[in-house]
Design a protein around this ligand. Structure first.
Ligand code: NAD
Length: 508
């Protein structure tokens, strides 16, 4: 074991120690509460060790959290924007101060590699700073005057919101929802994913240590079909911000329908990266490898389908296969690791099941396909080989379904029209990446792709004011910049007569 890994492990042990004593409960109205529901285990993907026991919130506990958020709403919405800005910056400071602890926990809880998670924790702080600075102007609207009336719009917070998050980069994704909600003046009940609940506990602590008033942010732990479902049904909750699978997104819409909840859904993807023969192929290769094998491929915006022009297919795929073979699978806390273990045994089984599916469909397993084993890997860990499927056709399951692992499917195409047709021939529409040296083609293809976000000659590089979200089965709504406030706030129009228009007179 390298010296850097053993010192990382020692620090991780310290961060984890506090979670072993009592089952993890909930955090409601400004304080931790022990859970009364069933207890489930949270095990590490690294070696299967028990990290924490966690309580599944009962219906009554979820209701208490929703009511706490409702009680706190009147006070929080009245806090001036400048004061919300100050508080949210304090939260960002506190996240930065504990970024290492957050990243250590996330590596052990999710299996994601340190090289990515250390940045993700800091991205969480950035999310708070970004929305902090927008808090004072969040209410601003338009002036829409006529000859007879002054019309102006204002935005007002929608009310208590539910935030339901997945396990792939849990801390960063939670801040991506909670920061704009708080900046807008909403109160929050957060339910983190049952497979990675630890960093959400740090976040709720940080929020309160920074001075957030009691009840403004609440946390309930638990399973999706129990605690999550109940949360989306609470009448006090006005909107649900959800990140997760497309199927769950549909359930959340249905569960919220009787109480007419606004929903914002960030769902799955099967994103194409299209490489034309006139592209800078060295840069394209780097991006193709990065965008599916970073974060274990457990990333909604991963480019899990490589569409490569037939004229360069063989040479490009040969270079790609070589890079995939050399990826370093290892302990997530090892700074050298590029691919860590998958989050849960059930997810591991799902990802591995695609090897047999690929073979049965007639694709070739060019690299990987199975479990990764070896002397350098901890026993009992859920490690997989970075995998490359070639010889695939667009209708195969490996080209249609979100596998959500370090697994790439290669599809050849002939020309621009062929590339667009294959790229759009999936139920998802989150992101699209394209590589070409022809500016006209870049724009033609970008406009033709059915996806909410397109990157041209780039990997996923985020700019927080830009809209983030998907089309088709990839979601409803956009986050980022002002788009987030459109979700967390109501737009109200006020019409003020100048006193000169004729009021219709009835019954005169
Ligand atoms: P999931 O849908 O299984 O679970 C997500 C969250 O929903 C968890 O907290 C879970 O407990 C909860 N949940 C499950 N059933 C529920 C129900 N009936 N009612 C209320 N809550 C319920 O997703 P996952 O496996 O945790 O995450 C992986 C998925 O998330 C992938 O499909 C990935 O593409 C997607 N994702 C999307 C984005 C995006 O921005 N579009 C970002 C990250 C992940």
């Amino acid at each position: 074991m390298s010296a850097s890994l053993s010192s990382q492990l020692a620090r991780a042990e310290q961060a984890l120690a506090r979670f072993t004593a009592e089952p993890l409960g909930h955090f409601v109205d400004g304080r931790p509460v022990a859970g009364e529901g069933e207890v489930f285990e949270n095990r590490s993907p690294v070696d299967g060790r028990l990290l924490a026991r966690v309580t599944d919130a009962t219906g009554a506990e979820v209701t208490r959290a929703a009511r706490a958020a409702q009680r706190a709403f009147a006070g929080w919405r009245a806090v001036p924007g400048a004061e919300r800005r100050r508080l949210l910056h304090r939260i960002a400071d506190a996240i930065e101060a504990r970024a290492e602890e957050i990243a250590l926990l996330e590596c052990m809880d999710t299996g994601q590699a340190w090289r990515f998670m250390s940045k993700a924790a800091l991205r969480g702080a950035e999310n708070f700073r970004f929305f902090a600075d927008r808090a004072p102007d969040a209410a601003n609207g338009l002036s829409l005057p006529t000859d007879t009336h002054l019309n102006y719009t204002v935005r007002q917070p929608v009310g208590p919101v539910a935030v339901i998050t997945p396990w792939n980069t849990p801390f960063m994704l939670s801040t991506w929802k909670i920061a704009p909600a708080l900046a807008a003046g909403c109160t929050v009940v957060h339910k983190p994913a049952e497979w990675s609940p630890l960093s959400a506990w740090l976040l709720i602590e940080i929020l309160h240590e920074a001075g957030l008033p009691p009840g403004v942010a609440n946390l309930v732990n638990g399973l999706g079909e129990t605690a999550g479902r109940t949360l989306t049904e609470q009448p006090e909750i006005r909107a649900t911000a959800f990140i997760g699978e497309s199927r769950t997104g549909g359930l959340i819409m249905a569960q919220g329908a009787p109480t007419l909840k606004r929903v914002h859904l960030e769902l799955g993807g099967k994103n194409p990266v299209i490489v034309f023969d006139d592209a800078d192929l060295d840069r394209a290769l780097d991006a193709v490898v990065f965008m599916i094998y970073s974060l274990n491929g457990e990333r909604c915006t991963s480019s899990s389908r490589l569409l490569v022009q037939r004229s360069i297919h063989d040479a490009f795929v040969a270079r790609l296969a070589e890079r995939v073979r050399r990826l370093k699978v290892g302990h997530p806390l090892d700074p050298a690791t590029e691919v860590g273990p998958l989050v849960h045994a059930r997810h591991l089984d799902k990802v591995l099941s695609y090897e047999a599916i690929a073979r049965a469909e007639g694709a070739a397993v060019a690299v990987g396909g199975g479990r990764a084993e070896g002397p350098g890997l901890p026993a009992g860990g859920q490690f997989v080989q970075p995998t490359l499927y070639t010889g695939a056709t667009p209708s195969m399951r490996i080209a249609q379904e979100e596998i959500f692992g370090p697994v790439l499917t290669v599809l050849p195409f002939d020309d621009e029209a062929d590339a667009i047709r294959i790229a759009n021939d999936v139920r998802y529409g989150l992101a699209g990446y394209l590589w070409t040296g022809d500016a006209g083609r870049a724009n033609r293809v970008a406009l033709a792709l059915d996806a909410g976000m397109i990157w041209v000659n780039s990997e996923n590089v985020r700019h927080l004011p830009t809209p983030f979200g998907g089309m088709k089965a990839s979601g409803i709504g956009r986050d980022g910049g002002d788009y987030s406030f459109d979700f967390y706030m109501e737009t109200k129009n006020v019409a003020l007569a100048l006193g000169s228009h004729a009021v219709p007179r009835l019954g005169v």
